[in-house]
Design a binder for this molecule. Structure first.
Ligand code: IPE
Ligand code: IPE
Ligand code: MG
Length: 248
């Protein structure tokens, strides 16, 4: 697709009310690499480039919240070498891109339990959060060591603790307040969840938050995902009739 056609597609996207929050399961890095007879790590490296581009596009068109699934609570099962490479890429991304992200008014949030990461990685994460905490244009939520189940269990534990301490009455527990105990806190639920890589599952991503999210799948592997496909996902989202249990 040439520049002019891409611009046309972007204008189509901008004609309607954009989703406030888009979530992406960035899957398929390993298979992208395998197809090219490269090590899986090469796929992860290439995937970071796609992430950089999509963050830029989101800022540019005015998406307010972007949540990307970068490392799941189940991804620890992978070989040590792959896990440490993924964390190395994360540190590099946070180091190299921090100034640009900050300049573009991007606020970095982490969804997931980072206490299980090594101290070097935790340091980079903390620096990025601190530097960008006042930013307001785009909330970039990096789901790292994230699992939808552990998100819900963590919320239950924290709520139970408050009840135990007498700070909260059981009657005060409702869906909205439960929401505020999740990593997503008070960010809106994603209207659209994109999953690349050809599989049709949630893989433990945003279980509570995605109750009414529109799901959009593509066979394209994450390193090959691009601005054009991203716009196509949004245009498809516009076509959906969202009923939320109601009738027409
Ligand atoms: C997604 O790509 C990245 C992470 C899960 C960290 P994969 O590494 O899962 O790639 P495939 O699915 O094996 O191709
Ligand atoms: C989902 O991909 C997690 C991330 C993209 C970080 P996986 O590759 O881990 O998911 P499964 O194993 O195919 O379900
Ligand atoms: Mg995968």
């Amino acid at each position: 697709m040439n520049k002019k056609e891409l611009e046309k597609l972007k204008n189509e996207v901008l004609k309607r009310e954009l989703p406030k929050h888009i979530a992406i399961t960035m899957d398929g890095n390993g298979r992208w690499a395998k197809k090219r007879f490269l090590p899986r790590t090469a796929g992860h490296r290439e995937g970071v480039k796609t992430l950089r581009k999509i963050v830029e596009v989101c800022g540019d068109i005015g998406i307010k919240h972007l949540t990307v699934f970068a490392f799941s609570t189940e991804n620890w099962k992978r070989p040590d070498g792959e896990v440490s490479y993924l964390l190395k890429l994360l540190r590099e991304f946070l180091k190299k891109d921090l100034n640009t992200l900050h300049k573009n008014n991007v606020k970095i949030n982490i969804w997931g339990n980072i206490s299980e990461f090594d101290s070097g990685t935790r340091e980079e994460i903390k620096k990025a959060i601190k530097k960008t905490e006042g930013n307001t244009k785009l909330q970039l939520n990096l789901a790292l060591n994230y699992g939808g189940r552990s998100d819900i269990v963590k919320a239950c534990k924290n709520i139970s603790m408050k009840v135990k301490l007498g700070e909260l009455d059981i009657e005060q527990i409702n869906e909205d307040m439960f929401n505020s105990y999740l990593y997503s806190e008070n960010q809106p639920e994603p209207e659209l969840l994109i999953r690349t890589g050809g599989d049709y599952r949630l893989s433990n991503f945003l279980l509570y938050q995605s109750a009414y999210t529109e799901l959009w799948f593509t066979d394209v592997y994450w390193p090959a995902f691009n601005e054009e496909i991203f716009y196509r996902a949004i245009l498809d989202y516009y076509k959906v009739d969202r009923r939320f249990g109601d009738i027409q």
